[in-house]
Design a protein around this ligand. Sequence first.
Ligand SMILES: C[S@@+](CC[C@H](N)C(=O)[O-])C[C@H]1O[C@@H](n2cnc3c(N)ncnc32)[C@H](O)[C@@H]1O
Length: 228
Amino acid sequence: MVKTMGETKWDILYDPKKKSLFSRIEEFAINTYFSDAFVKAILSASKIKSGKIFEPGSGGGMACAKFAQKGFEIISMDLSENALKKGKELFNFLSLDGKFTLGDLFNLPIKNNQFDVVFNQGVMEHFRLAKMDAPAGVKEMMRVLKKDGTLVILVPAYFSPLYFIYKFFKFFNLLEKYWPYTDQDFLHKHELYQMMHKAGCKNITVRRLWSSFFFSMIGYCKKNDEDE
Ligand SMILES: C[S@@+](CC[C@H](N)C(=O)[O-])C[C@H]1O[C@@H](n2cnc3c(N)ncnc32)[C@H](O)[C@@H]1O
């Protein structure tokens, strides 16, 4: 039986027939530039050259594809079947190997201590306004990391270029018509830090990612013995 989670709001974002112009521009920017910047930042934070990488909330899968091209073992997971389909098509097109799983990052269908890196980008900022417990999701991501593995979270930063574009749309009442998300948040450094701290992360680093033209805030930490 094929596992299904029913159509989510995210399926609309990844439905080629329903995709808005803004989503297309955003996807183009991520695929052509930002995914490279994210991959470099994740490798620099984790300092690994091989191993298993897991992305819950992988969307179209471009960052995963870049890791797969570098020889990492990849597991992509998403809540949206349309997003997973897009990721699979990308992997097929590029003749890459990867595993694709449908699932919810708040309840990962995965055993403890599996990955060298767990990361996501553009995901954890969608929970606070929707009154969901983002630290509970971070805790789940920590659970599936191996000891000494690295958790990396990338979110849009407060006062970033995207934040001002968002404000422009909001000012002219264009959000509903053009902005693809109803629950997007822009995080201050201390907000991302708190999200990770509440989840039990230790030795957390949070900073703006200059290579993303300061669009993104990156937070990372290692899993140590005490996190077991
Ligand atoms: C804004 S998109 C970002 C996708 C991709 N990481 C990127 O950078 O292009 C957010 C993704 O997170 C997924 N997502 C949202 N909530 C989720 C959850 N609870 N569990 C797993 N995936 C989730 C959505 O389906 C969507 O694909």
